[in-house]
Each structure stands twice: as C-alpha cells, then as structure tokens.
Design a protein around this ligand. Structure first.
Ligand code: AMP
Ligand code: ZN
Length: 494
C-alpha cells in the first residue's frame, strides 16, 4: 500500500509503526454551527481511508477531536444570549448525528478540548520550562524561532512568512510569528485556572496534546483538510516535537477542498450548503458516491448536475443488485430473452476476480476511490448482461450471488451500504394492500408480495379493473412493473 505524505511530497510504501496496527488522528470540527458539505468531504475521505485500512486487516485506532472552546463559539453564544457550553453542546450533538447520517464511523475516542485542559496546561508549562514558550500578561506564546524546523510541513520558511504575510503586530510578542498557546480570559468568557491566571487554550495546542495522550508519539497518520496545513498542522508539529523531543506524526495526509463555482466552500465566503439540508434531498450514498468519484487529494467541484449524475449511477448500481437478488430468489422461473449478448457464469466469475484485483490495486495506490469505482461499475455492466438470460443452473446462481457479495462488500468498504435497502419500501404499501385487496400486511415487503399475487390473480380472472388499480397504486409509490413471460418483475425506484 502506498500513501502520499504531505511532509515528503511523495507516495511512500506504508509500514505502520506496530505491525498490524494503525494509529490515526484527524482534526475534528469547531462546533459553532452545522457543518457544510465541504467539511463533510474531509470526514468522509478519512472514513473511507480508515475503512480500507480495516478491510486490509489492520486494527485501526482512530482519534478525532471536538473543538468546543473557541472565539467563534463564544461570539455565537454572545449573539444568542447563551453560554458557550450550550452552543458547543448543541452543535456537538448535531455533528455526531450528521456523521452517523452520512455513514461515518464514530472514532475510537472523540476527545473534547474542554475536557482535556489539564493535559494542555502540562504541555504548555513544559514548553515554557524548555524555553519554547513565554508568558505575557496572562497569555502564553510559542516561540517559533526556538523550533528550527518550523515550516517543514508547509515548505514555508519563517523569514519568507514574515516578509509576505499580513501579520498583526502585537508589541507583547517577541516575534510576529509567535502564536498563542494560552489566552487570558476576557470578562464573560469561559475560563479555567492555570499557572498564568484564568484563561483558555489556543486552538492548536489541543490536537498536539490529544494525539500524544491517546496515541503516543510518534503515531502513524495525521489527517485533515489541506487548508489546515498552515498554520494549524505546522503549529501542532512545533508544539508536540518541541515538548516531547520525538517525531509527532509519521505520515501527513490532506484532503482536497470541495469547491462551489470554483471557490472553496466556506462559512466565511457564505457559499456553503449545510450537510443536513443536502441530506434532506439526497440519499447519503449518492453524496458519498459523488465525493468518491474524485480522488481525495484533488479539488472537487460540487454542482447540482454532478449530484444528478451520481444519483443516476447509484440507481444503476442499486437496481443491478436488486435484479440479481430477484433472479437468485426466483431461480425456478426461467426467463426468456432474445438478447444477443451473452456472459456465461464462468466469464462472470473471471470478471469478478479481475475486479477484485483492480479494486485492491486502485485502493492500495493512495486510496484511489475513483479507479476502484470505475472497476465496480464495469463489473455492474457484465452483471446486467449476465442477468438478461436468467439463471438456469447452480453455477449461474453461485456466480450471481458472488457478484452481489463482491459489489456490496466493496461498496461497504466505501461506506455505501445496501443492507437496509429493502426496508426503505414506503409504509403506504400496507394501506394500499388493505384498500385494494382487503388484506392486512405486517410489513411493506409483505404488502408488495400480496399486491403482486393479487394482481396475478386479477389478471387470471380477467378482472382488469383490479389489476390496473394495483399496478397504478404500485407505480405511484415508486415501483416499476415489468410483465415477463415468467410473470411480473418489480423494481423499486424509490
Ligand atoms: P473546521 O471546523 O473549519 O476546522 O473544519 C473542519 C474540517 O473541514 C477541517 O478538516 C477542514 O480542513 C475541513 N474543510 C473546511 N472547508 C472545507 C472544504 N471546502 N472542503 C473540504 N474540507 C473542508
Ligand atoms: Zn488539529
């Protein structure tokens, strides 16, 4: 497996520190608002990376924090006449729900900044003791010049930064590049006791502390969006390495930005779409598919058209899985087909083996999900051709089953789950069966079976009124009925 390391600017062969185990830290959100789909992209990218590492046999310890004390949270609390803790707790819960809704696995530990103040104070005190930090009027600053390799991740040199950057001049800092480790409390702000007086931590220190505390140093992979490389990750490295005299993270992975109209989606540009609003209209699997069609390091242009294209691809995938499942379940019914094209069970098995090789090769190449999806969709094409002739023997059934398992297994590694699909049949089906047939079904699935049986019976007795009413009722609820020589076939299009 090869992974691109931002630190060395090349793909490297991946060897975890401890064989069979991967330690990973991904910067989490600042909880002052609902997250937008740009934030979601980064979390989905790292979820897929984690899932693929697990699928490859690694035991993955995955830490991701919640920044629950910060200027933005305090500002919002003041605007709304609430406490910062109330604002943070509301949006922490919203974030956790959003992650579950979009299929992101919960981290092994999700530390909160406000619950880790003690370890941050210890690290800051040690940095002062070692000459890497200094207190001024209740604030504490990191002395950038005391850490000679500052800039190694972003490739920026401190001298260049000073020349070009618009850094606000603060008389109390030794150097304009120095950044806050601890901020003295202003009236009305959340504050904790410290050796430097009441205050709160700066933003960067929490990630250095939590990584060291929950993973130890060095650990394998540190991730986040590319916008965090400078200054956040550069500062995390300086704090942790200056304090512990040890390499911080071995591999730095950064996700590309999600763009809208060619600009980075962000709260400050006010060009954002909230994840929760998008999910009201779009199945999470369509959103994931759209995101994974682009390599995680590349920028991703988001648009309504691209969502529509992803929805079409997703339906193709879903209907193939359903049709294969239907064919497996109804194998005693032989289908007639005059289609010329033909894929034998043996040929399908070969295509499955080839897809397995390709999927692994793509994902082992720095998590190339776009390539992996290309192989899956090409297999889907073969499955569709294979199914046209129906399943006529055990080898056909075994090949169909193998294809379904392969496709759903790979999609599961990408966090796109088909297991609950049938459960999403609309509840109105039960009412429809009662209304048209007077039958009481326990579940929507049972209602579909009753309705199809009722329709077949009505057709047999030439009761066209009932047959048509059932067909119309089903199509009104998103079912497409195809009458084949062997009986009715339904697809649920949703
Ligand atoms: P924040 O709460 O702003 O610290 O962002 C949380 C995560 O979302 C970080 O890893 C950011 O790098 C990431 N992020 C922010 N904006 C975007 C974007 N437009 N595209 C991709 N990731 C983003
Ligand atoms: Zn961080």
């Amino acid at each position: 497996m090869r992974i691109y390391n931002t630190m060395t600017r090349r793909k490297e062969e991946f060897e975890p520190l401890v064989a069979g185990q991967v330690s990973m830290y991904v910067c989490g959100p600042t909880v002052y608002n609902y997250i937008h789909i740009g934030n979601a992209r980064t979390f989905i990218s790292f979820d897929v990376i984690r899932r693929y590492l697990i699928a490859s046999g690694y035991d993955v310890r995955f830490i991701s924090n919640i920044t629950d004390v910060d200027d933005k949270i305090i500002n919002r609390a003041n605007e709304e006449g609430r406490t910062a803790a109330e604002v943070a707790s509301e949006y922490t819960a919203a974030f956790e729900k959003a992650m579950a809704d979009v299929g992101v696995m919960p981290p092994t530990v999700r530390p909160k900044a406000t619950e880790e103040i003690g370890s941050m104070i210890d690290v800051i005190a040690r940095l002062i003791e070692k000459g890497h930090a200094y207190p001024v009027d209740g604030d504490v600053y990191f002395k950038v010049r005391s850490f000679p390799s500052y800039g190694k991740l972003s490739g920026r040199q401190p001298d260049d930064m000073r020349a070009g950057a618009r850094i606000e001049v603060d008389e109390r800092k030794d150097d304009p590049l120095d950044f806050a480790l601890w901020k003295a409390a202003k009236p009305g702000e959340p504050a904790w006791d410290s050796p430097w007086g009441k205050g709160r931590p700066g933003w960067h220190i929490e990630c250095s502390c939590m990584s060291e505390k929950y993973l130890g140093m060095p650990f394998d992979i540190h991730g986040g969006g590319a916008d965090l490389i400078f200054p956040h990750h550069e500062n995390e490295i300086a704090q942790a390495e200056a304090c512990f005299d040890e390499t911080f993270a071995r591999i730095w992975m950064h996700g590309g930005m999600l763009l809208i109209d060619k600009e980075k989606m962000s709260k400050s540009l006010n060009n954002f779409l909230l994840l929760k609003d998008v999910l009201e209209q779009v199945d999470y699997r369509v959103l994931r598919l759209l995101m994974l069609q682009t390599h995680y390091r590349s920028p991703l242009d988001y648009s309504r058209e691209r969502i529509d294209d992803a929805a079409t691809s997703f339906e193709r995938l879903r209907s193939t899985i359903r049709n294969a499942q239907w064919a497996i379940d109804n194998v005693d019914i032989s289908c007639e087909s005059d289609v010329e094209e033909y894929v034998s069970a043996e040929a399908l098995e070969e295509r499955i083996a080839q897809t397995q090789t390709e999927f692994k090769a793509s994902m082992d190449d720095d998590f190339n999900t776009a390539g992996a999806l290309g192989s899956i969709f090409s297999l889907i094409g073969s499955v569709n051709t294979f199914l046209m002739h129906g399943l006529s023997n055990d080898a056909d059934v075994a090949a169909a089953r193998h294809a379904v398992e392969t496709v759903t297994g790979f999609m599961g590694t990408l966090g796109i789950d088909f297991a609950d699909d049938d459960k999403s049949y609309p509840a109105e089906l039960v009412d429809l069966a009662r209304e048209l047939l007077g039958s009481d079904a326990d579940t929507p699935e049972q209602a579909v079976d009753l309705l199809l049986a009722g329709r077949a019976e009505a057709r047999a007795t030439k009761d066209w009124g009932t047959a048509d009413a059932i067909r119309d009722g089903l199509s009104g609820l998103g079912f497409v009925i195809e009458d084949t020589a062997s009986g009715a076939r339904v697809h649920y299009e949703g």
